[in-house]
Design a protein around this ligand. Structure first.
Ligand SMILES: *Cc1c(COP(=O)(O)O)cnc(C)c1O
Length: 232
């Protein structure tokens, strides 16, 4: 885990990259949120982000977040960014404030029904495999309208926008394509539904410039803030 001084200098460097990317794209840096991704890092890492003014952290596993959240400031929000198995839907709704990885109509329906039973309202994003990478989760671009419809049918879910992960690739154009496809998908869904769907969660440590250029509103940043994760 980085010391606060190390974290501060990584954060300064990250902010510099985001400012430069926003300047190149003619965007206001205030329109791009950073979601620190604390997976594999101890609960203290999440607590440290809070002391630097972050209001939310991202985790990719229900179990891991369940262990860490009680150890962290109660006002910190937790966002699920990893694939959710349907048998963990209830636990995910209890632990996370936001679920960014809703990737099927079936999961949307299940989350919505259980949230209603629990008397909860949750913000969600629809994860789309807009890079058409067989190794990545997310619904197909063609399925996105049905997933949106299933989520909108539930009062307990507030659909804020879309999320994508770029394919692992040496070719930077692959990330550009993935992120531009996600924005176009959002524009089509917004047109059809009449909802703004303002959130585009796309971009990580290695490809955030490409994501900012394509309109990202949420960069999910792990290694650029916390250093490399121990390899699994
Ligand atoms: C781990 C992870 C990130 C952060 O990745 P870094 O390359 O460490 O910034 C972002 N999004 C998702 C879905 C992740 O699983």
């Amino acid at each position: 885990m980085p010391t606060p001084e190390e974290f501060k200098s990584r954060l300064d460097a990250l902010r510099g990259r985001i400012r430069a990317a926003c300047a190149a794209a003619g965007r206001n840096p205030a329109s791009v949120r950073v979601l620190p991704v604390t997976k594999t890092h101890p609960a203290e890492s999440a607590t440290m982000t809070r002391s630097f003014g972050f209001l939310a952290v991202g985790e990719n596993r229900v179990q891991e977040a369940a262990l860490k959240r009680p150890l962290c400031p109660p006002d910190l929000r937790w966002e699920l960014i990893g694939h959710l198995q349907s048998n963990k839907a209830k636990a995910a709704l209890q632990i996370f404030d936001v679920i960014q990885s809703v990737d099927s109509a079936e999961l949307a329906g299940r989350l919505g029904r259980i949230a209603e039973e629990l008397g909860l309202v949750r913000e969600v994003l629809i994860q789309v495999n807009s890079g058409r990478d067989p190794a990545k989760f997310g619904c197909e671009l063609e399925e996105a309208p049905a997933v949106l419809e299933a989520a909108l049918a539930r009062q307990s879910l507030r659909v804020m926008g879309l999320m994508a992960v770029a394919p692992l690739s040496e070719d930077p154009a692959a990330a550009d394509r993935t992120f531009n496809e996600l924005r176009l998908c959002r524009d089509r869904l917004a047109d059809r539904s009449g909802l703004p769907l303002p959130e585009l969660s796309m971009g990580m440590s290695g490809d955030l410039e490409s994501a900012v250029a394509a309109g990202s509103t949420c960069l999910r940043v792990g290694s650029a803030l916390f250093g490399d994760r121990p390899s699994a």
